[in-house]
Design a protein around this ligand. Structure first.
Ligand SMILES: CC(=O)N[C@@H](CCC[C@H](N)C(=O)O)C(=O)O
Length: 373
């Protein structure tokens, strides 16, 4: 596939961002493209809004899978792209348009000239939430085509184009979503003594929660407590009866995640007493850490350098990925693909450089062709 065609596919996908398990247009677009490929070695199955494509190997004893996530984020795009999102309030702000385009590029090459081993392309819904990897792993379709190895990439705005980065062992953190509802008593702004103000309770909780990492987590360990959204109240002169916090917890150690949740609950109990309110906590979806199998990182470096690109040792990151569940059950790895953007992941102005698409296609194809499983 020519670079212009990769860019054109990426721009098409960029325009139709959809949330987890709602990737209907995206699925349709991908299926239409896949239907144009030579069919001799190809088998296709759909699973929910996802797709599995198998390319039979020429002398296959193993199956190597590449996973591309499909969903977008509820972010209003603020780039000056001519091909901006046409879905108001939604954006591919985490690079999944890149991940899917790279999958189509590698799939195209292999459909025309299959590798020795069988390749499996997993277009997976709902990575940002509620998590598609675990139910996809448990699906009949996946059991039927279970791979011997699985890998994935994620765009890295802070790395230059042409650089690939990964590491042996832990790459991404354990995560838990966090949704907290505060229920009190609303009333007139001029009569606070007759109310239980939930804007105040939620604000106190937000500030106190920042002490957890500072004062409860071992300074030699690492964790994150982020509240990304606060809602509450209706109008400026009414005390709010209800408020809601939405956030996420991150840790490298599984038992540190238990500690974070314990402390969140203890703070909530304290605020229930001090503010005379009731608080309910929901941990939403939880993702398992991304831990790379050691055996594949040196061969990945060799593949990257042979293709003329640069390999850089990565540090573990507090990002989360439901791909961790795939690596829990199947040997494999994940790597960062440099895309150089002045704005980072989950930013409304994320602008990854499209030259990186070709790099991604080369590394994914060469991994399927050359990695010993
Ligand atoms: C790569 C990346 O940015 N992944 C997301 C995964 C989100 C998991 C879940 N919705 C949560 O917020 O905990 C990330 O935010 O790291």
């Amino acid at each position: 596939m020519k670079p212009e065609q990769l860019i054109s596919i990426r721009r098409d996908l960029h325009q139709i961002p959809e949330l987890g398990f709602q990737e209907h247009k995206t699925q349709q677009y991908l299926l239409e493209y896949i239907s144009t490929l030579p069919k001799d070695h190809l088998e296709v199955q759909t699973w929910k809004t996802g797709i599995l494509v198998r390319v039979a190997g020429t002398h296959a004893s193993k199956t190597i899978a590449y996973r591309a996530d499909m969903d977008a984020l509820p972010i209003q795009e603020d780039t000056d792209y001519a091909f901006q999102s046409i879905h108001e309030g939604y954006m591919h702000a985490c690079g999944h348009d890149f991940h899917m385009t790279i999958a189509l590029g590698a799939l195209t090459r292999l459909a025309h000239e299959p590798a020795e081993q069988t390749a499996l392309f997993l277009f997976q819904p709902a990575e940002e939430g509620p998590g598609g990897a675990l139910p996809m792993l448990e699906s009949e379709e996946m059991k039927q085509w279970w791979p011997d190895m699985v890998f994935a990439l994620h765009i890295a705005p802070d790395l230059p184009v042409g650089t690939i980065s990964s590491r042996e062992g832990l790459l991404f953190a354990n995560t838990s979503e966090l949704f907290i509802d505060f229920h009190g008593k609303g009333g007139h702004a001029a009569y606070p003594h007759f109310t239980k103000d939930m804007v105040l309770a939620a604000s106190q909780f937000t500030v106190q929660a920042q002490q957890i990492v500072a004062r409860n987590v071992d300074p030699l360990d690492s964790a994150v407590v982020t509240i990304g959204k606060i809602t509450g109240g209706f109008v400026q002169n009414v005390i709010a009866e209800h408020a809601r916090l939405e956030g996420t917890l991150r840790s490298f150690q599984a038992n540190t995640m238990d500690l974070l949740k314990e402390r969140i609950e203890a703070l909530a109990n304290g605020i229930e007493i001090s503010q005379g309110c009731s608080i309910s906590i929901d941990y939403g979806s939880n993702y398992y850490q991304v831990k790379n199998s050691k055996a594949y990182i040196q061969p990945l470096q060799d593949i990257v350098e042979t293709a003329g690109y640069t390999f850089k040792e990565a540090k573990p990151a507090m990002t989360g990925e439901d791909f961790g569940y795939m690596l829990r059950d199947i040997p494999g790895f994940m790597f960062w693909l440099g895309v150089h953007s002045p704005y980072g992941l989950h930013h409304s102005r994320l602008q990854p450089e499209e030259e990186a698409l070709q790099v991604g296609v080369d590394v994914v194809t060469n991994t399927i062709r050359n990695m010993t499983v």
